[in-house]
Design a protein around this ligand. Sequence first.
Ligand SMILES: Cc1cc2nc3c(=O)[nH]c(=O)nc-3n(C[C@H](O)[C@H](O)[C@H](O)COP(=O)(O)OP(=O)(O)OC[C@H]3O[C@@H](n4cnc5c(N)ncnc54)[C@H](O)[C@@H]3O)c2cc1C
Length: 341
Amino acid sequence: MGGVRVVVVGAGVVGFSTAVCIAENLRHVSVTLLGEKFSPETTSDGAAGILFANHNPDVPVEQQRRWFKSSFDHLRLIAQSEDAPEAGVMLSSGWQIFRDVPEDKTPYWSDLVLGFRIMTEREMVRFPEHRFGQAFTTIKCECSRYLPWLEKRFRRAGGQVEQRRVDNLQDLSGSFDVIVNCSGLGSRSLAADVSVQPVRGQVLKMEAPWLQHFIRDGDGLTYIFPGIQGVTIGGTRQGGDWNLQVEENDTRGILKRCSSLEPSLTRARILSSWVGLRPDRRTPRVEVEREVEVEVKKGGRSVTVVHNYGHGGVGVTLAWGTAMEALGLVKKSLQGNKAKL
Ligand SMILES: Cc1cc2nc3c(=O)[nH]c(=O)nc-3n(C[C@H](O)[C@H](O)[C@H](O)COP(=O)(O)OP(=O)(O)OC[C@H]3O[C@@H](n4cnc5c(N)ncnc54)[C@H](O)[C@@H]3O)c2cc1C
């Protein structure tokens, strides 16, 4: 199968996860990753990186479980290895609390994280405005470390990396046999998919080394996630907002909401502030789109496009799971074209 060339577009957590999965599993294939922006300048870099997902009614539960489990198990192995500090992956325990008792008390991922249980009355005492809570151990994956680590792993598997903007996926069809599109919000133009929308999120990094447990309000707007260096607190969810500037108003709102859950934060120093745009879509798009016909000396051949984008606020959570699915689609496409085998 020598000579088969795959290109992955996108250097965020979805692109690098997909590129590593392909390079490590299809050793006979040459894999190149192209990206306009690399760490530390991608959306993935600033994500809190907590493995957590809401139920998406438009994706079969079995598929959501598969994506979640695949990512969780992959990252858990890293968290429990000597690579953990360099890769920025750690186990993280804490609480998700609700003002009203939710309909679904045991979400689809409850048996995929560790030690999931309903919080006791004694534990709820410190959250007097909340009536219900879930305690569990999940994973925090800090992409500012994880992406460089994945890049090393990709290069070790023979992958090549190039920094450049792609204006049209078709432009790649002359040089590659399969194109994998992991361009996040860039897919609005690269895949002509205007259903991918920005959802603006602002977070602050705090110096509060005494905080060891995460706290997440069930409304998804307010959270406190202790990490390897500093505590990420947030946040905002502003749909259709392209503003990448840190807004003072948002900073004040975040500090107020988070301090009401964890009063000691009023004594913590702000280390940094960050804004990112979640590549939101009704469902992540993990599918083969079409075969692009390329003229090769009149004979012609076809190039498959595999999409893997639109992960919204759960891209770190689902990256490895959707990458494995994209790998399956790439494999299938190569097997379907026996001429390349
Ligand atoms: C405030 C905030 C907090 C978050 N917290 C969490 C969390 O706790 N847990 C979680 O799971 N998720 C979280 N997320 C969501 C997560 O950050 C995203 O889902 C994830 O980063 C998407 O990854 P991606 O690789 O698809 O996109 P990106 O990281 O945006 O990467 C896209 C890549 O494509 C490249 N690209 C785009 N267009 C082109 C082009 N034309 N040519 C070449 N390259 C191109 C870009 O340069 C970049 O390299 C959070 C997001 C925000 C904003």
